[in-house]
Design a protein. Sequence first.
Length: 423
Amino acid sequence: MVARGAGAIPHAWRSVMSRDWASNSTETIPKSAQTPPRDGRRRGDDLSGQVLEGRFRVERQIGRGGMGAVYKGWDEQRQCPVAIKILPDGATADAELARRFEREARMVEGIHHPNIAQVYATGRAGDIPYYVMEFIDGPSLADVLAERGRIGGRWCLDYLRQSALGLREAASRMITHRDIKPANLMLNQDGVVKIVDFGIAKADLGDSFKTATGQVMGTAMYMSPEQARGAEVDLRSDIYSLGATFYHIVTGRPPFEGDSALTVMMKHVKEPVRSILEANPNVPENLCQIIYTMMAKNPAERFQDYDQLLAALDKVFSRDARIQARTPVVEGGGAADRATEEPEPRRRFRLAYALAAMAVVLVIAAWVFRPQTEADRERERRRAAEEQRHLEAVHLKEQAREDMLKAVKQLDAVVSDRIENVE
């Protein structure tokens, strides 16, 4: 379950997602839209119209799934829209699910990072636990995939890097997400990735609630081999899932497919990853190698932390001219409308640099083509005369060398004749 704005992809997003090396995609992925009930009935957990903590006004439901329902609301204090997530109707009786829900809120509430959806407050409305989080006014990467088939070029690499930065922050707090997938990577209107749904995350902090050993949680299409086996996981499991997610993003298809979740999970454990270039030959080779490393079966063969992953991504940024990082646009319009524009400070720097270079060229041209004075002409005559004397001296030296060689040859011939006569 994710908090989002409009369900459809804005027109501006559609116009740019087809650029670069994903533009020839013909594959699509079925779009699963989660919508509120339309029969007019009010559910038992419907909070529409309520005001929570005297601050958060609940407006309307915008999504519902197994781990909760999400409402759009309004923060009267901050004067901004928010998303309010609650447990679904009847789930409050499940003590374990309620603990996991409240634990998600506690974990994320302490994180303040631009690539993680921020949690503002937690609480209960009667016996219904809820938390209030940042409202994300854009699609998820799953929505973009459903609309465009795949994502390429600088967009893909930029989203991968932003996701790694957010997960690095979570890992620094000993939090493993364990359900990284396109649907849990949201985009706001500035093109900033927001990681959501830490609902099955694991924090190695001695919490009273822990997932039982051998229990498998996560989404099969992006699940790490160790997670599929029900083994212990760490940040390298999230790195695998992030690699599987971006394998799907650049190729238009998940790394493994099957007729059941169990079949797909076993493929993650046993089968090699299919070639990225077979599905999309336009993906840069160095990016393919990064995804393959992220999806190594053995965690010890993957990037061991996000610093290693980010260093590898930075090399792709610097080496591949087709893929460049994009600074999110903050003012005026969405990033998608202005994605090809350079940031204002960089444009100013480039303009200043160009003006300085032009000034240098003008100074040199003025010096070269300045009007000659009589003194300049006299210096030029002396320089020409000096060059002429130098050339004559070189010529005389060469002539003397040739004369000497002739004399030596003649002497050698005379000596040879006399030796023959003596014999």
